[in-house]
Every structure is written in C-alpha cells, then in structure tokens.
Design a protein around this ligand. Structure first.
Ligand code: ATP
Ligand code: MG
Length: 529
C-alpha cells in the first residue's frame, strides 16, 4: 500500500521542555543548607529553649526514661492492678491470666509496656516476655512465634547454652497443637533447670524459676467459633505448667467472655480489667498538665513555662482550656490532643513564640479543621454526581431491608428505577424535520443519563474504598456467639461470592444523608423514601 505524502500529518515541532538547570538545583540545596544553618544558629543561640522543646516533645511522644513515664490519674487504678498481678507472677511465681478490655488507643499496650519495662530493671533474669498479636499470627504461626521468641529470650538470659537450631525448632512446631505445647513446656522446664544448676538446695532452684509473661494482643481473633485450641492450651498452661505463666490478653470486644468455649472459660481466671475512660473534664486538664509540665532541672526556662501553661489551663476562658473542653466533648482522647500539640511545639522558634502559640492555639484550630475534613461527611462532599446517586440508592435499599444489608445488584436496580422515574417526568421533544431544507433538528436531551451496570462497578468500588460501605463479614461487633459463627462462616464463603452479590452494610444512613446533602443538589429528593 502506498501512502500519499500529502495525507501525512504535518511534522510536529518538538518544543524542548524546560528543565531546571543545575544552577537552580544548586539554589534549592543552598537554600536548604542555609535554613538548616539558620536552625543550627538558633539552636546554638538558645540552648535553654532547645532543651525545653526537646523534653516537651519527648514527653508527648512517650520517649522519656521509664521511671519518669507519665501515667494519667484516671489510669492509675488499672495500672496498680496490672502492677500487682505482674509482680505476683514474677516475684512470687504465681500463675495468672487476665484480659484487658478497652477501645483502641486506651493505653492497654502502654501500661503493659511500662510495667514490664519497670520490672525489667530489677528482675531482668526472672521473666521472659512473649508477644503475640491476633492480627499477625494464625494458630500455627503463633506457635512458631512462641518457639522463636522463647529461644531468643532464653538465650539472652542463659547465654548460648539453650540454643535451638532450625531443625529442632521445626521439631518443636510439628505435630498437633497440644503436643507442641507439651514440647514447649518441657523446653521451659529444662531451661529453668539449666538456670538452677548452681543452686544446690531446693530453695535455690525455686528462686531461679523463670516466669513466662504472654502479652496477647487482639486475643478475640483466636476466640473464633471453630476450635479455640491455642487459647485452650495457653490457659491450660496457667493451671498445669510447672513454670509460672502469666497471660495478658488485650481486646476491644466488651463481650469477650461470651466467645470463649466452656473448656477455655473454665481455665481462665475470669479476671477482666476494663480500661477506664476519661470521666471528667478535670481528668483531662490534669492529664494535659502532666504531659506539659517540665521538671525544673531540665531547663532554666522550665519554671517560666510551667507557670504560663498552668495559668492557661486554670483559666476557663483561655483558648487552650476551650480547646481541651472541645476535645472532651467530642473525641475524649489524649492521642488526638498529643498529635496536635506536637507540631505546635516542634515548629516554635523560641520561647516567646511557643508561649504565644499556646496562648492563641490558632494551630490547634487549624489542625482540628483539617482533621474534620476527612470525616464521612467531608468525604461525602467530594463525591461526584454518579457516586452520590449510587450511594443514595444503596442507602434506600439498606433502609428498606430487614437487616440493613444490600448488594450491588439491588442498589443498581434502585438507581435504575429512580433515574427512570425522573426521566419519565421530564418532557422530551421529538426531533422535527425542517420541510424546507430537509435537515433534522435534534432537541437537546435533558434527561439524566442512565449509566450501564458495568460502568457503575468502579463507582461501587470507589464507594467501598472510601468506607461508605463495609462488607458484612467485616463488621466487628457481634451480639452473641451464634452471630459470630454465622459471620465467620460467611467470611469463608465471602471470597467465592460473585462481586455483585456480596452483602454490604452502610456506614451512613439515609436520614444522615438527607442532612449532609445540600438542598440544591439534584438528588436531594431521593433522600426520602
Ligand atoms: N511503648 C510506648 N511508649 C510510648 N508511647 C506509647 C507506647 N505504646 C503506646 N503508646 C502511646 O500510647 C497511646 C495509647 O496507645 P496504646 O497502643 O497503648 O493503645 P491500645 O489500647 O493498646 O490500643 P489497641 O487496641 O489498638 O492495641 C498512643 O498515643 C500511643 O502512641
Ligand atoms: Mg495495643
């Protein structure tokens, strides 16, 4: 085939894209250097402020030495209880099992870490800690985890004499769970004996018994409906092992005891510690005071800073106080407060600017506004028309359904119905033919476009990604054991269910949509059944 030269498109002149020359690059680096130099200068200029700032940041991040760690007043009761139990098992060699229940970020891990680190200082060789996490481990990997961690920790205590090589590790973790546990117990026993060889009398050997402390995060993931073998063996260890064992389970599920099988429950000590919540505004203010109070020997500016901060905190009209009150009435969470205080302190250039920043709290306001823009309503405002239409259709279906669940097919059918209903109300003008010229004039069609099902699929995925819908099996809370059973069976099938039949639940209901969507929106009328 020959091509005509004339039919070829004209040659395109390539315009060189302007790239930053090396000089410009150098410029930015020099600016950065200059800045860091400036900062260094500033640091050199006011070492008192730098040490104050550093200390404040350490207190907020929790990186100060263990003996000085801040335990909030409202947490002190639980801390004492944990402390008592750990000491009983490490010092008096008793076996215990406890479950800590509390929402996310309620200082469960923090308290346990603090206590263990404190004990580590004086009873370093008396106990080993094994950490498990239900989100990371399955029953099999948990066993491997226990074996490896045991090896590492025992090695730390005894030097190399109890080294477990890979082959023996495999030997340990082969066989049924109960067998594996027996092997682990044997290993523990021998390890303790190895430690007690130097003690001749019976008393000497009893003092060298090593306590095994298990910290088991998300323990509820192992309290599934199938067979709670791991939990059974762990709790059984508490009762029957010759070494003292202490188990701390952490969970967010209030009804954790309901999940436990009978045989597991009977071996559990029934001791549940509920993490306390902040009850009063005073607790919260006291907590902020603890976080921000700096010991006098840290910096000469410390006393000045403490006075300023206390004055702001005690004045109910100050911005800081107002801000804390707002947090108390909404999130009621220290992590949120800590997060917004950290950049405020970190970006302050000198003592005066730090004081004025804490007085005005403008940064905290900005931070809060920014945080809120990621809320569900914030995300709702970012949706396109089609996304919004699908979301509302899904909400309508969910509201009508008995259990509030729906799937893609149902939602699409609703969307289709609604669009057709609107379109049927919009009068369409039939195309007319001009008799003179014979040309057809098309009227502009102002009906709403009905998107095809396959086009809507990715809209659906976006909505799932934005957390408007949650897959039914993923919803954490279950009222009782039967619900848990059905849910986990569902999860098993969940992977095989075709895309458009998967069951979802709404995170926002129709009434809430009605309040969040502006009246001027085209789909506002859909927000009512
Ligand atoms: N070892 C630690 N040192 C310093 N700060 C910590 C430590 N562990 C947790 N924190 C801080 O303590 C706060 C509470 O978090 P923590 O992890 O204790 O909550 P949690 O109750 O264990 O939550 P989850 O249920 O998610 O495990 C957070 O602000 C966290 O940053
Ligand atoms: Mg935790």
């Amino acid at each position: 085939m020959t091509t005509n030269k004339a039919s070829l498109p004209p040659p395109v002149n390539l315009i060189p894209i302007k790239r930053p020359s090396n000089e410009e690059v150098q410029d930015t680096t020099s600016i950065l250097k200059k800045r860091s130099k400036d900062q260094e200068k500033q640091k050199n200029a006011d070492p008192d402020f730098t040490s104050l700032q550093k200390r404040l940041l350490q207190q907020l991040n929790g990186t100060i030495p263990i003996s000085e760690k801040i335990i909030f007043r409202y947490l002190q009761d639980s801390q004492q209880e944990i402390d008592r139990i750990i000491k009983q098992s490490v010092i008096q060699k008793e076996s215990h099992s406890v479950i800590l229940v509390g929402p996310r970020q309620s200082y469960k891990t923090y308290l346990l870490d603090c206590e263990l680190a404190l004990l580590q200082q004086s009873y370093n060789e008396q106990f080993i800690t094994i950490k498990l996490n239900g989100f990371i481990h399955s029953e099999q990997t948990a066993i491997n985890g226990i074996a490896t961690q045991l090896e590492q920790q025992l090695q730390k205590i005894h030097g190399n004499e109890t080294k477990i090589d890979d082959a023996s590790l495999e030997k340990i973790s082969s066989g049924s769970l109960t067998e594996v546990f027996e092997k682990i117990l044997l290993l523990l026993d021998s390890a303790t004996k190895a430690g007690s060889e130097d003690g001749d009398n019976a008393d000497g050997s009893s003092t060298t018994k090593i306590t095994v402390v298990f910290v088991f995060d998300e323990i509820d993931t192992f309290a599934g409906p199938v067979r709670q073998t791991l939990l059974y063996n762990l709790f059984d260890m508490v009762e029957h092992a010759r070494v003292p064992v202490c188990i701390f389970g952490c969970t967010t599920k209030l009804n954790i005891l309901e999940y436990l099988e009978k045989r597991v429950k009977s071996r559990f000590s029934q001791r549940v510690i509920h993490m306390p919540q902040i009850q009063t505004l005073d607790d919260m203010i006291e907590g902020v005071k603890d976080l921000l109070t700096v010991r006098l020997e840290v910096s000469p500016l410390a006393s000045n800073w403490n006075d300023t901060m206390e004055k702001e905190l005690s004045n109910p009209r100050s911005n800081l106080n107002r801000h804390i009150r707002m947090n108390f009435e909404t999130f009621r969470a220290f992590p949120v407060l800590k997060n917004c205080l950290t950049p405020l302190i970190a970006t302050s250039q000198n003592f005066d600017s730090l004081c004025s920043a804490i007085k005005s709290c403008a940064f905290l306001e900005l931070y809060n506004t920014n945080q809120l823009s990621n809320s569900l309503t914030g995300r709702l405002k970012s949706l396109s028309d089609l996304e919004l239409a699908i979301l509302i259709s899904a909400a309508r279906v969910a509201l009508r359904a008995k259990d509030g669940s729906f799937n893609f097919n149902l939602a699409y059918a609703e969307y289709e119905k609604m669009v057709k209903a609107i379109n049927s109300r919009i009068p369409t003008v039939a195309p007319t033919i001009n008799s003179g010229t014979g040309q057809t004039t098309f009227s502009i069609d102002n009906t709403i476009k009905l998107w095809l099902k396959k086009d809507v699929k990715n809209v659906w995925e976006t909505l799932v990604q934005l957390d408007f819908f949650t897959e039914k099996s993923a919803v954490g809370l279950r009222d009782n054991a039967t619900a848990a059973f059905y849910a986990s069976n569902y999860q098993f099938q969940g992977t095989m269910i075709p895309f458009d039949l998967r069951s979802y639940q709404m995170q926002i209901i129709l009434q809430e949509l009605r309040r969040a969507i502006p009246r001027s929106n085209m789909y506002y009328s859909w927000t009512q059944l």
